[in-house]
Design a protein around this ligand. Structure first.
Ligand SMILES: [Zn+2]
Length: 183
C-alpha cells in the first residue's frame, strides 16, 4: 500500500494533534486505521513532522521512539486524543482524562531522550493544555481529526480546506444531484 506523510497529514496545527491524528477515522471502528501500527510509518513520521508540522521548532534530533519506548508514546497519543476530543465535544473533559494525559506525559518526559519525537510530543501536549483557546480547538467535520483553527473569525470547519473541504463540497453536490434526480 502506498502511503506518504504529506503536509495534509500535519493539519493539526500542533505536534500533539498531528500525532493524535495518526489514527485515521478514529470514530469509525470499521474504517479506522492506525498509521503507527506499521513500524515503517512510525519511523518515517519524525522526518516529515520536522518538515511539515506547525511546531517543527520543538524538534531537536527528531528520532522516532525506540521499540521499548513505543508503548509509552502510543499511550500518550491516546491520552492526548482522549482529553482534547472530549474538550471539543463537551467543553469540560472529565478529570480522569486530564489525569491520564498528565500521567502519560510524565512517563514520556522521564524516559524519552530530549528532542526525540516522544519528548517533543509531550511538550506540545503541555503547551496545548496551557494555551489553546477552547473555541479554536475543533474536530474536522469530514475526517474527524483534531485541529487548531487559527483563522481570524474562527470559522474553519475542516482540518484542510484543500482536502476535507473539497470532499465535503463534492459530497454535498452529489447528494443534491441525487435528490434532484429523484424528484
Ligand atoms: Zn479533515
Amino acid at each position: 500500500m502506498d502511503f506518504a506523510w504529506t503536509s495534509h497529514r500535519f493539519s493539526g496545527g500542533a505536534l500533539a494533534l498531528d500525532v493524535a491524528n495518526s489514527v485515521i477515522l478514529r470514530e469509525d471502528p470499521l474504517r479506522s486505521t492506525d498509521r503507527f501500527a506499521v513500524p515503517a510509518q512510525l519511523e518515517a513520521f519524525p522526518d516529515a513532522a520536522a518538515r511539515f508540522c506547525a511546531e517543527r521548532a520543538l524538534f531537536g534530533a527528531s528520532t522516532p521512539p525506540a521499540p521499548a519506548e513505543a508503548p509509552a508514546f502510543l499511550a500518550l497519543r491516546e491520552a492526548i486524543d482522549g482529553y482534547f476530543r472530549s474538550k471539543v465535544m463537551s467543553g469540560e473533559p472529565p478529570v480522569h482524562l486530564l489525569a491520564d494525559l498528565l500521567e502519560a506525559t510524565a512517563i514520556v518526559l522521564r524516559r524519552a531522550p530530549k528532542g526525540s519525537l516522544a519528548s517533543a510530543t509531550a511538550h506540545s501536549a503541555l503547551r496545548l493544555l496551557a494555551e489553546v483557546e477552547s473555541d479554536r480547538l475543533k474536530i474536522c467535520g469530514q475526517c474527524g481529526w483534531l485541529f487548531i483553527d487559527r483563522s481570524r473569525n474562527r470559522s474553519r470547519a475542516w482540518c484542510d480546506m484543500a482536502v476535507c473541504g473539497n470532499r465535503a463540497k463534492a459530497s454535498r453536490h452529489y447528494h443534491r444531484r441525487k435528490t434532484e434526480t429523484a424528484a
